[in-house]
Design a protein around this ligand. Structure first.
Ligand code: MN
Length: 297
Protein backbone atom coordinates (compact mmCIF):
# COMPACT_ATOMS: atom_id res chain seq x y z
CA UNK A 1 0.00 0.00 0.00
CA UNK A 2 2.88 2.33 0.80
CA UNK A 3 4.52 1.58 -2.54
CA UNK A 4 1.27 2.29 -4.41
CA UNK A 5 0.87 5.65 -2.68
CA UNK A 6 4.55 6.49 -3.30
CA UNK A 7 4.41 5.56 -6.99
CA UNK A 8 1.08 7.34 -7.52
CA UNK A 9 2.63 10.54 -6.17
CA UNK A 10 5.82 10.09 -8.21
CA UNK A 11 3.93 9.54 -11.49
CA UNK A 12 1.40 12.29 -10.75
CA UNK A 13 0.42 14.06 -13.98
CA UNK A 14 2.15 11.52 -16.27
CA UNK A 15 0.09 9.63 -18.80
CA UNK A 16 0.51 6.49 -20.89
CA UNK A 17 0.15 6.67 -24.67
CA UNK A 18 -3.35 5.25 -24.10
CA UNK A 19 -4.26 8.34 -22.09
CA UNK A 20 -4.45 6.36 -18.86
CA UNK A 21 -2.76 7.77 -15.78
CA UNK A 22 0.78 6.36 -15.77
CA UNK A 23 0.28 4.51 -12.47
CA UNK A 24 -2.04 2.05 -14.28
CA UNK A 25 1.08 0.55 -15.89
CA UNK A 26 3.19 -0.34 -12.82
CA UNK A 27 0.03 -1.58 -11.09
CA UNK A 28 -0.73 -3.90 -14.03
CA UNK A 29 2.87 -5.17 -13.92
CA UNK A 30 2.58 -5.88 -10.20
CA UNK A 31 -0.76 -7.61 -10.79
CA UNK A 32 0.79 -10.04 -13.29
CA UNK A 33 3.57 -10.83 -10.81
CA UNK A 34 1.07 -11.30 -7.98
CA UNK A 35 -0.65 -13.91 -10.15
CA UNK A 36 2.72 -15.65 -10.46
CA UNK A 37 2.91 -15.46 -6.65
CA UNK A 38 6.09 -13.46 -6.38
CA UNK A 39 7.06 -12.18 -2.95
CA UNK A 40 6.38 -8.82 -1.38
CA UNK A 41 9.73 -7.21 -2.29
CA UNK A 42 9.22 -8.10 -5.95
CA UNK A 43 5.67 -6.68 -6.00
CA UNK A 44 6.86 -3.47 -4.32
CA UNK A 45 9.69 -3.18 -6.84
CA UNK A 46 7.20 -3.77 -9.68
CA UNK A 47 5.01 -0.92 -8.46
CA UNK A 48 8.13 1.30 -8.28
CA UNK A 49 9.90 -0.03 -11.39
CA UNK A 50 9.55 3.14 -13.47
CA UNK A 51 10.01 5.80 -10.78
CA UNK A 52 13.82 5.92 -10.92
CA UNK A 53 13.73 6.13 -14.70
CA UNK A 54 10.82 8.45 -15.42
CA UNK A 55 10.35 10.70 -12.39
CA UNK A 56 12.41 12.92 -10.15
CA UNK A 57 12.73 10.21 -7.53
CA UNK A 58 16.28 8.95 -6.88
CA UNK A 59 17.28 5.40 -6.12
CA UNK A 60 18.55 6.61 -2.73
CA UNK A 61 15.02 7.77 -1.88
CA UNK A 62 13.61 4.39 -2.85
CA UNK A 63 16.20 2.72 -0.65
CA UNK A 64 15.51 5.03 2.29
CA UNK A 65 11.78 4.38 1.99
CA UNK A 66 11.67 0.66 1.08
CA UNK A 67 15.06 -0.82 1.93
CA UNK A 68 18.04 -2.10 -0.04
CA UNK A 69 16.41 -5.27 -1.41
CA UNK A 70 13.68 -3.30 -3.18
CA UNK A 71 16.16 -0.64 -4.32
CA UNK A 72 18.41 -3.30 -5.86
CA UNK A 73 15.48 -4.76 -7.77
CA UNK A 74 14.36 -1.36 -9.08
CA UNK A 75 17.94 -0.56 -10.09
CA UNK A 76 18.24 -3.90 -11.91
CA UNK A 77 15.03 -3.33 -13.87
CA UNK A 78 16.15 0.19 -14.80
CA UNK A 79 19.49 -1.13 -16.07
CA UNK A 80 17.81 -3.83 -18.15
CA UNK A 81 15.68 -1.11 -19.71
CA UNK A 82 18.79 0.70 -20.90
CA UNK A 83 20.27 -2.19 -22.83
CA UNK A 84 21.29 -1.55 -26.43
CA UNK A 85 19.64 -3.65 -29.05
CA UNK A 86 20.11 -4.42 -32.74
CA UNK A 87 23.74 -3.58 -33.48
CA UNK A 88 25.09 -3.68 -36.98
CA UNK A 89 27.91 -6.02 -36.12
CA UNK A 90 30.01 -5.90 -39.30
CA UNK A 91 29.23 -2.22 -39.77
CA UNK A 92 27.97 -2.56 -43.34
CA UNK A 93 24.91 -0.49 -42.55
CA UNK A 94 22.74 -3.57 -42.81
CA UNK A 95 21.66 -5.84 -39.98
CA UNK A 96 21.39 -9.36 -41.33
CA UNK A 97 19.10 -11.99 -39.88
CA UNK A 98 22.18 -13.91 -38.67
CA UNK A 99 23.48 -10.82 -36.87
CA UNK A 100 20.13 -10.34 -35.24
CA UNK A 101 19.94 -13.93 -34.08
CA UNK A 102 23.47 -13.87 -32.66
CA UNK A 103 22.79 -10.60 -30.89
CA UNK A 104 19.48 -11.83 -29.50
CA UNK A 105 21.26 -14.86 -28.05
CA UNK A 106 23.98 -12.73 -26.44
CA UNK A 107 21.33 -10.40 -25.07
CA UNK A 108 19.55 -13.32 -23.49
CA UNK A 109 22.77 -14.46 -21.84
CA UNK A 110 23.55 -10.96 -20.69
CA UNK A 111 20.09 -10.56 -19.25
CA UNK A 112 20.52 -13.65 -17.14
CA UNK A 113 24.06 -12.75 -16.10
CA UNK A 114 23.10 -9.19 -15.19
CA UNK A 115 20.17 -10.35 -13.25
CA UNK A 116 21.91 -11.82 -10.27
CA UNK A 117 18.41 -11.74 -8.91
CA UNK A 118 15.97 -13.53 -11.22
CA UNK A 119 13.11 -11.39 -9.92
CA UNK A 120 14.55 -8.51 -11.97
CA UNK A 121 13.96 -10.49 -15.16
CA UNK A 122 10.47 -11.49 -14.05
CA UNK A 123 9.55 -7.84 -13.45
CA UNK A 124 10.97 -6.95 -16.87
CA UNK A 125 8.91 -9.69 -18.52
CA UNK A 126 5.71 -8.52 -16.83
CA UNK A 127 6.62 -4.96 -17.86
CA UNK A 128 6.96 -6.07 -21.49
CA UNK A 129 3.71 -8.01 -21.31
CA UNK A 130 1.75 -4.92 -20.29
CA UNK A 131 3.54 -2.80 -22.90
CA UNK A 132 2.55 -5.37 -25.54
CA UNK A 133 -1.04 -5.33 -24.30
CA UNK A 134 -1.16 -1.58 -24.82
CA UNK A 135 0.84 -1.51 -28.07
CA UNK A 136 -2.12 -0.36 -30.18
CA UNK A 137 -1.59 3.20 -28.97
CA UNK A 138 1.89 3.51 -30.52
CA UNK A 139 2.90 4.36 -34.09
CA UNK A 140 3.00 1.38 -36.53
CA UNK A 141 6.80 1.53 -36.98
CA UNK A 142 7.32 1.39 -33.23
CA UNK A 143 4.77 -1.40 -32.90
CA UNK A 144 6.71 -3.57 -35.33
CA UNK A 145 10.08 -2.90 -33.71
CA UNK A 146 8.79 -3.69 -30.21
CA UNK A 147 6.88 -6.75 -31.42
CA UNK A 148 10.00 -8.13 -33.15
CA UNK A 149 12.11 -7.53 -30.06
CA UNK A 150 9.47 -9.29 -27.98
CA UNK A 151 9.54 -12.30 -30.26
CA UNK A 152 13.36 -12.39 -30.49
CA UNK A 153 14.22 -11.80 -26.86
CA UNK A 154 11.44 -11.68 -24.31
CA UNK A 155 9.32 -14.66 -25.40
CA UNK A 156 12.35 -17.03 -25.64
CA UNK A 157 13.47 -15.74 -22.26
CA UNK A 158 10.07 -16.51 -20.71
CA UNK A 159 10.27 -19.90 -22.38
CA UNK A 160 13.72 -20.65 -20.91
CA UNK A 161 12.44 -19.70 -17.49
CA UNK A 162 9.42 -21.95 -17.96
CA UNK A 163 6.85 -19.18 -17.55
CA UNK A 164 4.41 -20.45 -20.09
CA UNK A 165 1.57 -18.04 -19.23
CA UNK A 166 3.75 -15.06 -20.17
CA UNK A 167 5.48 -16.76 -23.10
CA UNK A 168 2.33 -17.57 -25.06
CA UNK A 169 0.77 -14.17 -24.48
CA UNK A 170 3.94 -12.39 -25.64
CA UNK A 171 4.07 -14.58 -28.75
CA UNK A 172 0.44 -14.11 -29.73
CA UNK A 173 0.58 -10.36 -29.12
CA UNK A 174 3.81 -9.97 -31.12
CA UNK A 175 2.48 -12.17 -33.94
CA UNK A 176 -0.65 -10.04 -34.16
CA UNK A 177 1.48 -6.98 -34.99
CA UNK A 178 4.09 -8.69 -37.17
CA UNK A 179 1.74 -10.82 -39.28
CA UNK A 180 -1.73 -9.31 -38.83
CA UNK A 181 -3.23 -11.15 -41.82
CA UNK A 182 -2.01 -14.58 -40.78
CA UNK A 183 -3.00 -13.93 -37.19
CA UNK A 184 -6.56 -13.14 -38.28
CA UNK A 185 -6.70 -16.09 -40.64
CA UNK A 186 -5.70 -18.66 -38.02
CA UNK A 187 -7.88 -17.05 -35.39
CA UNK A 188 -10.85 -17.23 -37.75
CA UNK A 189 -10.35 -20.86 -38.74
CA UNK A 190 -10.05 -21.80 -35.09
CA UNK A 191 -13.44 -20.26 -34.44
CA UNK A 192 -14.85 -22.06 -37.47
CA UNK A 193 -13.74 -25.23 -35.70
CA UNK A 194 -16.60 -24.35 -33.34
CA UNK A 195 -15.26 -23.60 -29.94
CA UNK A 196 -18.28 -25.12 -28.18
CA UNK A 197 -17.82 -28.40 -30.02
CA UNK A 198 -14.12 -28.44 -29.22
CA UNK A 199 -14.77 -27.75 -25.56
CA UNK A 200 -17.41 -30.43 -25.36
CA UNK A 201 -14.99 -32.85 -27.00
CA UNK A 202 -12.27 -32.10 -24.50
CA UNK A 203 -14.70 -32.51 -21.60
CA UNK A 204 -15.72 -35.92 -22.92
CA UNK A 205 -12.09 -37.04 -23.21
CA UNK A 206 -11.42 -35.81 -19.68
CA UNK A 207 -14.32 -37.70 -18.14
CA UNK A 208 -13.51 -40.96 -19.97
CA UNK A 209 -9.90 -40.70 -18.84
CA UNK A 210 -10.81 -39.72 -15.30
CA UNK A 211 -13.02 -42.79 -14.91
CA UNK A 212 -10.36 -45.10 -16.31
CA UNK A 213 -7.62 -43.68 -14.07
CA UNK A 214 -9.85 -44.10 -11.01
CA UNK A 215 -10.42 -47.71 -11.98
CA UNK A 216 -6.62 -48.16 -11.87
CA UNK A 217 -6.38 -46.38 -8.54
CA UNK A 218 -4.41 -43.43 -9.96
CA UNK A 219 -4.97 -40.02 -8.47
CA UNK A 220 -4.53 -37.41 -11.18
CA UNK A 221 -5.28 -33.83 -12.01
CA UNK A 222 -6.62 -33.59 -15.57
CA UNK A 223 -6.87 -30.32 -17.48
CA UNK A 224 -7.38 -29.25 -21.07
CA UNK A 225 -5.80 -26.43 -23.03
CA UNK A 226 -6.20 -24.92 -26.47
CA UNK A 227 -3.01 -24.37 -28.44
CA UNK A 228 -2.16 -20.68 -28.89
CA UNK A 229 -2.17 -18.99 -32.28
CA UNK A 230 1.55 -18.33 -32.74
CA UNK A 231 2.48 -21.88 -31.85
CA UNK A 232 -0.03 -23.19 -34.41
CA UNK A 233 1.52 -20.87 -37.00
CA UNK A 234 5.06 -22.02 -36.13
CA UNK A 235 4.08 -25.64 -36.44
CA UNK A 236 2.41 -25.03 -39.81
CA UNK A 237 5.60 -23.28 -41.01
CA UNK A 238 7.96 -25.86 -39.59
CA UNK A 239 6.19 -28.87 -40.96
CA UNK A 240 4.70 -27.27 -44.06
CA UNK A 241 1.22 -28.27 -42.91
CA UNK A 242 -2.18 -26.65 -43.10
CA UNK A 243 -4.44 -26.29 -40.12
CA UNK A 244 -6.26 -29.59 -40.82
CA UNK A 245 -3.01 -31.46 -40.20
CA UNK A 246 -2.16 -29.97 -36.83
CA UNK A 247 -3.14 -32.62 -34.34
CA UNK A 248 -2.66 -30.82 -31.06
CA UNK A 249 -4.97 -27.83 -31.43
CA UNK A 250 -6.45 -29.23 -28.28
CA UNK A 251 -4.51 -30.94 -25.55
CA UNK A 252 -5.28 -32.76 -22.36
CA UNK A 253 -2.76 -32.74 -19.56
CA UNK A 254 -2.57 -35.30 -16.78
CA UNK A 255 -0.60 -34.49 -13.65
CA UNK A 256 0.34 -37.38 -11.35
CA UNK A 257 2.52 -37.69 -8.25
CA UNK A 258 5.20 -40.15 -9.35
CA UNK A 259 7.30 -40.47 -12.49
CA UNK A 260 6.34 -44.13 -12.81
CA UNK A 261 2.69 -43.16 -12.86
CA UNK A 262 3.34 -41.07 -15.99
CA UNK A 263 4.19 -44.24 -17.90
CA UNK A 264 1.28 -46.07 -16.32
CA UNK A 265 -1.11 -43.32 -17.48
CA UNK A 266 0.48 -43.38 -20.93
CA UNK A 267 -0.32 -47.07 -21.20
CA UNK A 268 -3.90 -46.45 -20.17
CA UNK A 269 -4.24 -43.60 -22.69
CA UNK A 270 -2.85 -45.74 -25.51
CA UNK A 271 -5.24 -48.54 -24.58
CA UNK A 272 -8.16 -46.10 -24.83
CA UNK A 273 -7.08 -44.25 -27.96
CA UNK A 274 -4.84 -45.59 -30.67
CA UNK A 275 -1.56 -43.62 -30.75
CA UNK A 276 -0.46 -41.85 -33.95
CA UNK A 277 2.86 -43.12 -35.32
CA UNK A 278 5.66 -40.60 -34.89
CA UNK A 279 3.63 -38.46 -32.48
CA UNK A 280 5.25 -39.50 -29.23
CA UNK A 281 7.97 -37.76 -27.19
CA UNK A 282 9.52 -38.88 -23.93
CA UNK A 283 10.75 -35.70 -22.25
CA UNK A 284 11.21 -37.64 -19.02
CA UNK A 285 14.05 -39.70 -20.49
CA UNK A 286 15.23 -36.65 -22.49
CA UNK A 287 14.28 -33.44 -20.68
CA UNK A 288 14.12 -30.15 -22.59
CA UNK A 289 16.82 -27.51 -22.03
CA UNK A 290 14.56 -25.85 -19.48
CA UNK A 291 14.54 -29.18 -17.58
CA UNK A 292 10.88 -29.58 -18.54
CA UNK A 293 9.84 -33.22 -18.24
CA UNK A 294 6.73 -34.97 -19.48
CA UNK A 295 5.40 -37.49 -21.95
CA UNK A 296 3.68 -36.24 -25.12
CA UNK A 297 1.40 -38.38 -27.20
MN1 MN B 1 7.48 -0.05 -17.31
Amino acid sequence: RRACAFATRAHEGQRRASGDPYIAHPLAVAHTLAELRLDCAALVAAVLHDVAEDTGVSLAEVEAEFGSEVARLVDGVTKLGKMQWRPDEDGDGHVSRAEETAWAESMRKMFLAMAEDIRVVLIKLADRLHNMRTLQYLAPEKQRRIAQETLDIYAPLANRLGIWQIKWQLEDLAFRYLEPEKYKEIGKSLKLGRRAVREEYIERVKSILQAELERHGIQAEISGRPKHIYSIYRKMQRRGLDLDHIYDLLAVRVLVREVQECYHVLGIVHALWHPLPGQFDDYIASPKESLYQSLHT
